[in-house]
Each structure stands twice: as C-alpha cells, then as structure tokens.
Design a protein around this ligand. Structure first.
Ligand SMILES: [Zn+2]
Length: 293
C-alpha cells in the first residue's frame, strides 16, 4: 500500500512520540515537507540522539556527539572505524504539532465551533459536523490502540453519545475498547485526508459513505432524538471497512483531492510497534556518513 506524506504523518500521531525522522521524509515529494512545516503541522525538533553505525560489520547503535563549529559536526564512536562522521541533515527530526492537526482536521471536515482539547494530546472535540444530512459531534482521537486507550475514552463521555463521530489518524480500535452499549462510528483519516494546494482536504462523499445511516448501538432505542438521514445500504459491520470513494477524484471546494481506498490496519500490539529489535531507543535514521580513520 503506497503511502503519502499525510498518511506517514497520521500514522506517527498514533504513537506516544509523534516524530518523523529524516528517513521517514526522505521519500516524500519535493516541497511536501516545506508545505507541512509552513502550515504549522510539522515543527523542527531536536536531532536524533542516537544513530546506528553502518560503516562497519557490527550492528551497533551509539549516542551522537556533536563537535562545535560552523556548522557543528556530528559523530559516533565505532570499534572498527574509531570515529564515524554523520551528515547532520540525516539526524534531523520533525515533531507533529497535534493541536494544529486537530484544527486542520476540524476545518477539513467542515466542523463548526471551537476545537477543544478534551484529553491532553489524545482527544479533541471538533464541533458539529454535518454529513449526509445528519449532524455529528465530531471528535479526533489519537492512539486508541495504546494500552491506556480505555482510560482515555472513559474520560470523554461524549464519545459514546448517539451522534458521536470519532475520527482517528490511521488505526481503528477493536470494539472492545468501548466498554459500553454504544460503539461510535470510527473513521480513519488516512483514507479521507489528502494534501491539496491550500492544505488538507477531506472527501466528504467518502466520509458520508463511511458513516452508518443510523447510530451504531447494541441497545434498543439508541437512535432516539437523532435526526435520520435517508437510509443507506451500509451494514453496520462494514462501517470500518467502507470509506471507499466514488469513482473519479474526490473534490472539496472544487479542488482535486486524492482519495485512497478504505482499509483496516491491524492495531499495533506494543507501545512502540516499529522499534527495532535489540536496540531500545535507537533511531531509525541511517545517515549517510563518511569514514575518517
Ligand atoms: Zn561501526
């Protein structure tokens, strides 16, 4: 499955440390990093503190040491090469600014009202979102497959309201997360959100298709008081798998928006699912380096 800068960025926000390193952005189209930085979605972070050595035959990760100068130089020790100099650009990292993401998502889905952070760094209330003739209480929730996710959603009772809509970056949690009679529709943004010339856009038709026609509930009478839209042929069990766009490019405000086919990703089993084995805390950066003996 091909990724885009937006899907890369969204996937990182599911983690406790939403950071992109130089390797992660190396394959991005020209200008994408600048655009996301100008929008405030990414901010330059501290450089990687550790780096893996690929100058020798040993698989080792070392703490990066900086030598003052103009510009400063970075190096790691190596048992074979003694010193391996690193390209500082390869140690660069960018932090995803989550409050900016929440505001941009609210704007992209057309949410009205104020964006309110309900659980720090995890859940934002986006405001009312009108989709397919119904008004939803839009929320953005991150990391719903982390070990503490149940405690996080427990702090926001509105997430289980009859008209709640939960947008997640990329990973849909198991229904067991919602320890209640009501499971809200959960829609992954990675299938809806695309970067246009003026910023992120959401294909609203695809969003509408991803939502059930009636509130998802295990209890009877769950839809009381909620305005009903014309019935769509969409089974409740398919909710997380839908999101497939109509044929042709999706559009928002007349501008082209790329839409990717719906998918369901396996939730990560660990807090740091992509951490390399055998090197706790090591960076994934594989900087270019020159060898000096
Ligand atoms: Zn080495």
């Amino acid at each position: 499955m091909a990724t885009t800068p937006v899907t890369d960025l969204l996937a990182r926000t599911e983690r406790p440390d939403p950071v992109l390193d130089a390797t992660a952005v190396a394959g991005w189209p020209a200008g994408a990093l600048d655009q996301l930085t100008r929008m405030g979605l990414l901010a330059a972070g501290s450089p990687a503190a550790t780096a893996a050595c690929d100058a020798c035959g040993f698989d080792h990760v070392e703490v990066v040491r900086w030598e003052p100068g103009h510009p400063p130089r970075a190096r790691i020790p190596c048992p074979e090469c003694r010193v391996v100099w690193l390209d500082p650009a390869a140690l660069a990292r960018w932090v995803v600014r989550l409050p900016v993401l929440a505001r941009l998502v609210a704007s992209a889905v057309g949410a009205a009202g104020e964006v309110v952070e309900r659980v720090p760094g995890r859940v934002w209330k986006l405001g009312p979102v009108r989709v397919a003739g119904r008004v939803w209480a839009g929320h953005l929730a991150l990391g719903l497959t982390r070990p503490d996710a149940a405690a996080v959603v427990e702090r926001v009772p509105e997430l289980r309201a009859p008209h709640a809509l939960v947008l997640v970056p990329s990973v849909v949690p198991a229904e067991a997360l919602w320890a209640s009679d009501r499971v809200p529709p959960v829609v992954p943004l990675c299938d809806l959100l695309a970067l246009g010339p003026t910023g992120p856009g959401v294909d609203r038709d695809a969003l509408a298709r991803a939502l059930p026609a009636a509130p998802r509930a295990r209890a009877e009478g769950a839809g009381a008081g909620v305005p009903h839209a014309p019935r769509q042929d969409l089974g409740a069990g398919d909710t997380h798998r839908r999101g497939a766009p109509p044929p042709g490019p999706g559009r928002r405000d007349g501008g082209p928006v790329r839409v990717r086919r719906g998918r369901v990703r396996e939730p990560p089993q660990e807090e740091h699912p992509e951490r390399p084995v055998g090197a706790a805390g090591r960076t994934r950066a594989t900087p270019r380096r020159t060898r000096h003996r």
